[in-house]
Structures are given as C-alpha cells and as structure tokens.
Design a protein around this ligand. Structure first.
Ligand code: ADP
Ligand code: MG
Length: 242
C-alpha cells in the first residue's frame, strides 16, 4: 500500500507560485490499477515524479507499507531509448544494476521482448523502428526489471489508435499476470475508463473525483457503463474549466 499524505509541491517563478500539487491525500492498494486524468497543467506529471522520487516535496509525505521499499519503474511519453544500442541492449540496460549472469539476462530480455511482440527485433537499432515499436522497447526495458510499482505518464498519447489499443491490451495482460501496482496518467477519458479499476480526476493540483470502475476486462468503448462514465467525466472536466 502507498499513502500520500497532505502532499504539496510548489514552483516559484516570475509569475508567482504555482501549486503543482495542492494537499494531495491518496491511498493506493497493492496490486491495483489506478488511472489519473486531468487537463494539461493540473499536476499529473508532478504526481508521477513524486512517486518516482524524481521531485522534491514541499510538505506532506509519502509512505510505503510492506517489508521493503518497492522497486519503481517509470514509462514516459517519449521512449528515451539509447540510439547507439540495439533493441536487446536497450532492454538489457534496465538490468545493469542487477547482478545476474549473462545467460539469465539474455533470457529475461527475450521474455520481455516477447511480451511486447518484438521477439524478432532484438538486433535492430532504434532509428530502424516505428514510433509504436520504440515505445514497445521502452515498455520492455521497464518490465524486465519487474517493478512493484509501475508509473506511466501518458505513455500511449503519441501513438496511432491501433497501436495504442494493442499496447493497452498488452499492459493489462502484463498487470493481470504480475499483480503489480500500476499508476497510469492520461488525458484521454476513454483510456482512463478502459484501464483503471479506479479513475482519479485532478484539477489545479487537487484530486476532485475518485471513481471506482467495477467492470470486468476487457472493456469496450461502447459498453453502456463506459459510455455513461465517459459522459460524466467529460462534463466534469469541461464544466470546471477556467
Ligand atoms: P500535467 O502533467 O498535468 O500537464 P505538470 O505536473 O507537468 O502537469 O505541471 C503542473 C503545474 O506545475 C503546471 O502549472 C506547470 O507549469 C508547473 N510546473 C511543472 N514543472 C515545473 C517546473 N519544473 N518549474 C516550474 N513550474 C513547473
Ligand atoms: Mg504531464
């Protein structure tokens, strides 16, 4: 379980102080899949950065319950691959701090590439890949480390609708198999509902809604409950605009 208590992150610039996160309280159950939705600038990335320990907190705290600090993996919108390494080497890079022997690493890389349907592309270089394939490599590089907490910051928003849909399914498959905790940030309402057991809405650094999505997977966009929830969230996010 992860708990964020009265968490605040401020940025001070020429135009004054922005509360990127304004007194956030949030509990994430172990093994849950939570999506976070909100307009650009509402603080989604800051929240991911805090959970990934990439950002300083001004007040409040974050606690993990469990016997050890969770291993955290982050996937960003851009794949951030190393152009001088092959696909396999990029994925293996994620394992550089784990002291495994070469054969085990090779097997782990192979399994991860299979998961993202790139088992044939190991020897290729990033420049030879499409945008969707690059993002698949970036997912494999993170998955191979078997993170207890997986944080994704708009990972599919630069991809075409078909690639996005298959990557959503692959992610769900992986999560259902591994049972890790997933926090998935998006500005796509449909994506938030199709993936999350819980959809959290952020506005101006605050959590303004926390919905349970009690529907089985896979979910379809034309399912009546999904349509209803989509309309509700759309109204909420548009009515509250400045
Ligand atoms: P989102 O990911 O929802 O678009 P962010 O978390 O990136 O939102 O940003 C939240 C707010 O904090 C925005 O107003 C943004 O301009 C501001 N912000 C984010 N990062 C910085 C930074 N490094 N310096 C100054 N302001 C920042
Ligand atoms: Mg962002």
């Amino acid at each position: 379980m992860i708990e964020l208590n009265n968490l605040t992150v401020k940025y001070t610039g020429q135009k004054g102080t922005t509360h990127a996160l304004d007194n956030i309280n949030l509990t994430l159950e172990q093994g849950s899949f939570v999506t976070i939705i909100g307009k650009s600038g509402c603080g989604k990335s800051t929240l991911i950065h805090v959970m990934a320990n990439l950002c300083q907190i001004d007040s409040g705290d974050m606690t993990f319950s469990g016997s050890k600090t969770p291993r955290v993996g982050v996937i960003f919108q851009e794949p951030r691959l190393m152009p001088w390494l092959t696909v396999s080497e990029n994925v293996a890079f994620g394992l550089q701090y784990q002291q495994n022997d070469k054969q085990i690493i090779q097997q782990q890389v192979k399994d991860a590439l299979q998961l993202v349907k790139l088992e044939q592309s190991g020897p290729m270089y990033p420049e030879q890949l499409s945008g969707g394939m690059k993002q698949r490599v970036s997912i494999a590089r993170t998955m191979v480390t078997q993170p207890d907490l997986l944080l994704l910051d708009e990972p599919f928003s630069a991809l075409d609708a078909f690639t996005k849909s298959s990557l959503q399914k692959e992610l769900l498959f992986w999560w259902q198999k591994m049972g890790n905790t997933v926090v998935f940030v998006t500005h796509d309402i449909e994506e938030a509902i199709l993936l999350g057991q819980r959809v959290i809405v952020m506005e101006h650094g605050k959590i303004t809604e926390d919905l349970n999505v009690d529907l089985n997977y896979p979910r379809e966009i034309d399912q009546s409950e999904v349509v209803k929830m989509r309309r509700y969230l759309f109204d909420k996010l548009t009515n509250h605009s400045l």
